[in-house]
Design a protein around this ligand. Sequence first.
Ligand SMILES: [Zn+2]
Length: 260
Amino acid sequence: MGKMDRSYCPKNKGEKMRKKPRIYVLKLNRKKLLLFGLVILLILIMIFLKNSKVSKIFSYRNKETIVIDPGHGGIDGGTSDKEGLLEKDINLDVSLKLKKELLVEGYEVVMTRERDESLEHRSNINSSRYRKDLNARKTIINESEPLAFVSMHVNSSKKIEARGIKIYYFPTSIEGKRLAECIAKSVDINVYNKFLKDNNLRAEILPEDYFVLRETKYPGVLVEIGFITNPEENKLLQDEEYRAKVAFAVKKGIIEYLGK
Ligand SMILES: [Zn+2]
């Protein structure tokens, strides 16, 4: 009753009348706030799903990825000869040829670099430029979750007669060794027998504790596609056809390894 009485008091009534629209606005705001909150929540859920393993399983399940890692790049030329031929350029060219070969076969290809650059800017570890570059390569390989990866390099030696394609695997990696064997067999057939018509040359497989092989969780090898210091191979390394044959042979080896 007291309340009713008060409602007849003009002062109180006036207050009530002023309050009413305020309450109405507040209610509307609550609804809007709730809607706004829901929208934000939905956006957050979408962002979470996009980055989570769940969506990876849905969108990449059928992707069969191979990572190609062209050694060196940018400030780091790798090995070289007196004429200014740089390892980094040969590595990239053969790697791009290998990429094309693998794309034709329907694989997803991830390259650690596709142009003349070093990769230290893609690593946030507190270390030397060289270590940062290697760390970035390792991260790209591991995050791509590939079926296999290949790191491409060119060899050099004080002995001018040293030559041949060498394929390195991590000493304790059974899968790495198997991949190396498959690529070596393919090089013998496709590069040495068919292309160079030389039955005496043989690709060699060797265990080696290289960072990129040790620090990665997927089967991989490091391929040295010839000696820049050997006059014959120096010429071959500059030959388009040889580069294409090496890329083709590495692809065939990977396919053999994957059992296809
Ligand atoms: Zn190298």
